[in-house]
Design a binder for this molecule. Structure first.
Ligand code: GLN
Length: 454
């Protein structure tokens, strides 16, 4: 009830939610009843959970921020939602996002932008700006996001929250409306590292419904976070800093906060090691070929027949109906990427664009392999600037894309990355995050280190 009251009070301004559940109180009462009956429930039982609208739910519409799916009701729950419900978490509502998770500001939502609770004239990051803003504005204690190139971590950075992108395959993508299937991962958003770890424990692990789901047995992430918070884990920890990452392009306050965080870690016994990752900076270029290619294929299913919107064209052919539907149902950024992706995949261009991008992806993966032979984690600023103003980059796709310069390589390599708050930038008083990256399957290491640093 407290969270519903908070939503009623502030969401008119913040617009983190596209839909608020009308069964949350009932679900809460049910948890109370089970607890009173002596049932032993998990640590998160009864905790409200904001759910990014990219995740399908049976009891609330799932639009992925697009008009083409307006009012769409899924016949099943995403695995992460089903597991959350089974653990007693209470889905509170669906959060706003850039259409089909394409964007870094939530301004590409077909349902209007979300605003950053720190300053309502500024963006909450994207594409998961709704989930991050809901947590930052105390409308929800926990949220689920999805991260294809930074959509959990960059919103966390600009809203002073924690956001974790798990190892690729660590969390099921079943029921996450696909953007780019080789990059997408679902993960937690929270106000503390432990909270994210607790949610990750609930949603993670093998799912036979996701063909890329890892069959690993994962350690307890909450235990890792608790160990990090209590202890000595920074002593002797080798933290890699990327030599090739230029200082230019990073806002002064972001760089200053990053350096201060490293100095604090060093004072607690960590060793800062310069590493070389020469291909890191080409991540954005490779990503904007690979992502549109995969997205153009994934979005082909919105064909006016199988899902959502249909615009009838009297006397028209099937193709006319399809074209009219996609024209009316997709926003500009989606169309831009579908066109780019279709072009990159077309005969004659495939090798030059998509093929080259895949090679760059491999080089980035090798950079990480080499680096992780020398260090335990890599640290970067989570994004180049603090929250920018609404409208500032909306007409300049390249500037928008460059927001993800430090987050995208992590998705390309399939390794885990976490953004945790590292203070406020001196020049504007807005939140800044530091990102830690670990080798694949070492998600627990990020919770240990993150909890030690926060
Ligand atoms: N901002 C990036 C993009 O626009 C990342 C999106 C995401 O992680 N879903 O593609």
């Amino acid at each position: 009830q407290a969270h519903l009251d908070r939503i009623a009070a502030v969401d008119g301004d913040v617009h983190a939610f596209l839909h608020v559940s009308d069964t949350a109180l009932q679900a809460a009462a049910d948890i109370d009843r089970r607890r009173a009956a002596g049932e032993s429930l998990g640590e998160l039982a009864g905790v409200p959970l904001a759910v990014k609208d990219v995740l399908v739910t049976t009891d609330m519409p799932s639009t992925s921020g697009s008009k083409i799916l307006e009012g769409y009701m899924s016949p099943y729950d995403a695995t992460v939602v089903a597991r959350s419900r089974a653990a007693g978490l209470i889905p509170l509502g669906k959060t706003n996002m850039d259409e089909f998770a394409m964007g870094s500001s939530t301004e590409h939502s077909a349902y209007g932008p979300t605003r950053n609770p720190w300053d309502l004239d500024r963006i909450p990051g994207g594409s998961g700006g709704g989930s991050a803003a809901a947590v930052a504005a105390f409308e929800a204690p926990l949220a689920l996001g999805s991260d294809t190139g930074g959509s959990i971590r960059q919103p966390a950075h600009v809203t002073g929250t924690v956001g974790m992108k798990p190892t690729y395959g660590g969390v099921s993508r079943y029921g996450a409306i696909a953007l780019a299937s080789s990059l997408d991962q679902v993960g937690p958003v929270s106000r503390t590292v432990l909270d994210s770890a607790l949610l990750h424990d609930v949603i993670g692990g093998h799912d036979p419904n996701d063909a890329t789901s890892l069959t690993d047995r994962w350690p307890s992430f909450a235990a890792a976070a608790r160990e990090g918070a209590s202890g000595q884990v920074l002593k002797g920890l080798k933290v890699g800093v990327i030599r090739e990452l230029p200082d230019s392009g990073f806002q002064a306050g972001v760089s200053a906060s990053f350096r201060a965080a490293l100095a604090t870690m060093e004072a607690q016994g960590a060793e800062i090691v310069e590493i070389s990752a020469p291909h890191f900076e080409y991540g954005v270029a490779a990503y904007y070929l690979i992502l549109p290619a995969e997205a153009s294929s994934n979005l082909a299913k919105f064909d006016s027949v199988r899902f959502g919107l249909r615009v009838d064209v009297p006397g028209g052919t099937v193709e006319d109906v399809m074209a009219a539907t996609r024209d009316a149902g997709f926003g500009d950024e989606v169309k831009r990427r579908v066109i780019l992706g279709t072009y990159a995949l077309s005969a004659g261009y495939y090798d030059a664009y998509y093929g080259s991008a895949q090679k760059v992806r491999t080089l980035i993966q090798r950079d990480f392999d080499t680096a992780f032979a020398q260090v335990d984690v890599i640290a970067t600023p989570s994004a180049p600037t603090t929250a920018f103003r609404l409208g500032e980059k909306i007409d300049d796709p390249l500037q928008m894309y460059l927001n993800d310069v430090t987050t995208i390589p992590v998705n390309l390599a399939g390794v885990p990355g976490i953004s945790i708050p590292s203070g406020l930038a001196a020049e504007d008083g807005l939140p800044v995050g530091i990102q830690f990256i670990a080798p694949a399957r070492e998600d627990a290491r990020l919770y240990r280190v993150g909890a030690a640093v926060e």
